[in-house]
Design a protein around this ligand. Structure first.
Ligand code: WTA
Length: 664
């Protein structure tokens, strides 16, 4: 039967959009659709609504100083302390409310009320002062998902010492590199932690990092994971190690006056992968960052003080910084922290914890959703999971995974929100306000009010808005959560993020455009869909890894002459790295190379970066000018037909490699 276009359109849109449940809309924090126009009309003053969620010691004089782009200043003249905003100001109303419910992998658990958090953070701040950490000293923190991690971060914030948290899964070399870049005098770590039933020797990683690093920290503060330090731990008299437990005994009951920080003073540094082999320290300011994460936690995650909220990320990545520690605590809510992975001690542990703690809001990654889906909905059956809000971050979520998440975890009556943002952006940038917009599986949605994402073509011109044209995702106007600079390297800040699409000799902010490094498309309904990285950065199970970092790790193997890394599509992890290596002429046993490369990557970066395949080949495909054509390797990895190979120096190389791939 013929259908007219209008009917067809309605049918399509019926499938495409999902309305937020009425009971959600009725209770949501953000319900006014006029917010977008209001923010647009009053930019940048609109962001005063962000800042108004915080307690300030001094009110700002100017919302945005854009006189020296791209070194923007937010809430200029204002001052505040992040730990006061996350703890002290909640004490009057709810000091007995739980701030963190922590669940250890081995069955330990703790409930930390705001009052306890206040005590612990003050005592830890006193410990930091006792080892002479002063305002503006960068403290490197290499802690896993144990309460000591947020406590240390907030203690640093209290005394105005920016923290640089290095994800616990990073190797000794990666820790050493970050320690060197930040030139930290104080490092904070722990003797061990649990992973799939085993206690990992975390201090050993630290020992090794101290050997590898050029920086010689004066003090390494060592927490103990269990009641007592592990027997295996030995501390020599000339070690920089100091036991936190001993220091805490001296600092018991101490209160430390919070330092009033200028809004522009840095709160923390977080290293992330970029297009070169060197990780960049994204430096975040106190005022703009905290305002951005508090506002988005409230309006996007819909966090309320009496909620129990669980974000399954690791605090060692930006998601944990913004949406386990700073955003939720600024709002005074209760957060769940789990030490272990989602399949230990069993594959239903997430649902067991959701039931036990009566979780209202559950935040995870698409990789986790795909894993839950693979394990099966049966795992949910024995548990009473009653969430009103589900969110995802880190990668695009496929409509099928979205549907499964909504139906089985959300029980059909929760909202599902996809959030696009980056370490550099500090907080959410593209995502729906859940009660205001319809959900559209597979699309991140609309810009956060006041934020201006745009798609640029390869020539650096904006494509027509909402024209379904894929291109480079850029942000055209500054926003409060944006990184301040690359730690210690303003030039790199400009070259990595701004130079491509900006007129760098101009001091007109309109000439400055932030490059996200992602491809995206904006559909005619205004919804943005993120297509993935366009640069040499890949996203493995939601972890960001630079191709160059992997290649330089692979070439540390003595028998490897050259290496090229590509992202292979993976149904579970989104993508996995494949490493193509060419052995040195004098290599006696090329068959030993793959294992050596895997080991090298694990020791240079960490096991989360473990490659899928290592393929030993005779040559890499190169252009006549000698550039490796990674695109061809990517096509080979993904079993796709090869595009244009005419620019290759030796056109037979791809077929030779394809044979190696089939053999391996
Ligand atoms: C990707 C994580 C699709 C993207 C917060 C980005 C996403 C990189 C999404 C940043 C999403 C993040 N949909 N892709 N909702 N969220 N990404 O710095 O490629 O670890 O550039 O920050 O993750 O990763 P990062």
């Amino acid at each position: 039967m013929p259908r007219d276009d209008a009917t067809l359109e309605t049918q399509l849109s019926d499938q495409e959009y999902v309305r937020p449940p009425t009971q959600f809309v009725g209770q949501a924090n953000a319900t006014d659709p006029g917010i977008y126009d209001r923010f647009e009309a009053t930019y940048p003053d609109c962001f005063e609504e962000f800042a108004a969620l915080l307690d300030w010691d001094d009110h700002w004089d100017e919302v945005l100083d854009d006189s020296n782009p791209p070194f923007y200043e937010w809430f200029k003249g204002g001052s505040l302390n992040a730990s006061v905003n996350c703890i002290d100001r909640h004490l009057e109303d709810r000091k007995n409310q739980t701030a963190f419910v922590w669940e250890g992998e081995n069955g330990d658990s703790e409930r930390i009320a705001y009052q306890d958090l206040y005590r612990r953070v003050n005592e830890m701040a006193a410990v930091l002062e006792s080892v002479e950490v002063a305002e503006d000293d960068v403290v490197t923190v290499h802690l896993p998902m144990i309460p000591a991690l947020p406590v240390t971060m907030l203690a640093c914030a209290r005394i105005g010492a920016p923290h640089s948290v290095v994800f616990a899964g990073f190797s000794a070399q990666a820790l050493a590199d970050r320690l060197d870049d930040a030139a930290s005098d104080v490092l904070v770590t722990v003797d061990g932690y649990y992973r799939r039933g085993e206690k990992l020797d975390h201090k050993a990683t630290c020992d090794e990092a101290l050997d590898l690093a050029e920086t010689d920290p004066e003090t390494v503060l060592l927490f103990n994971r269990d009641e007592a330090l592990d027997d295996s731990v030995t501390i020599e008299s000339d070690d920089p190690y100091v036991l936190v437990e001993d220091c805490l005994a001296d600092c018991a009951g101490r209160e430390v006056d919070p330092v009033s920080r200028d809004a522009e003073d840095p709160l923390f540094v977080m290293y992330t992968s970029g297009t070169t082999g060197e990780p960049k320290g994204c430096q975040h300011r106190t005022g703009g960052y905290l305002a951005h994460v508090a506002w988005t936690a409230k309006h996007v995650l819909d966090v309320k003080p009496d909620d129990t909220y669980w974000c399954t990320a690791d605090i060692g990545w930006i998601t944990g910084h913004s949406y386990i520690v700073y955003g939720p605590l600024a709002l005074g809510t209760t957060s769940v922290m789990y030490e272990g992975p989602p399949d230990h001690p069993h594959k239903a542990i997430s649902w067991e914890l959701c039931e036990r703690y009566d979780v209202d809001i559950f935040h995870t990654s698409p990789t986790a959703v795909r894993m839950f889906m693979k394990w099966g909905a049966d795992h949910l059956d024995p548990y009473d999971v009653d969430v009103r809000h589900l969110t995802t971050v880190g990668e695009p979520i496929q409509p099928e995974a979205w549907q499964w998440y909504a139906e089985h975890v959300g029980g059909g009556d929760a909202v599902v929100v996809d959030t696009w943002w980056q370490t550099e952006t500090g907080g959410h940038m593209i995502t729906n306000l859940p009660a205001i917009q319809d959900m559209k599986p597979g699309s991140a949605g609309h810009a956060v009010p006041g934020v201006q994402p745009t798609i640029y073509d390869g020539a650096g011109d904006p494509v027509d808005p909402a024209s379904d044209t894929a291109g480079n995702l850029v942000i055209e106007r500054p926003w409060p959560g944006m990184l301040q600079t690359v730690y210690g390297d303003d030039d790199r800040f400009v070259s990595e993020y701004w130079a491509t699409f900006s007129e760098t000799d101009s001091d007109d902010p309109d000439d400055w455009v932030y490059k996200a490094g992602d491809g995206a498309v904006q559909a005619s309904d205004g919804y943005f869909r993120i297509l993935g990285r366009l640069d040499d950065v890949m996203n493995v199970a939601g972890h960001r890894i630079g191709t160059m970092e992997l290649e330089s790790a692979a070439t540390t193997v003595a028998d490897v002459a050259e290496a090229a890394v590509t992202a292979r599509d993976d149904p579970q992890k989104g993508s996995v790295p494949d490493v193509y290596v060419v052995p040195r002429a004098e290599c006696a046993d090329p068959s030993a190379i793959p294992e050596a490369v895997v080991e090298a990557i694990e020791s240079e970066i960490g096991s989360f970066a473990r490659p899928g395949n290592v393929i030993v080949c005779d040559a890499l495909p190169k252009t006549r000018s000698g550039k490796i054509m990674r695109r061809l390797l990517e096509d080979i990895s993904n079993g796709e037909s090869l595009g244009d190979t005419t620019t290759l120096r030796d056109p037979s190389v791809p077929e030779q490699i394809r044979t190696h791939v089939q053999e391996s």
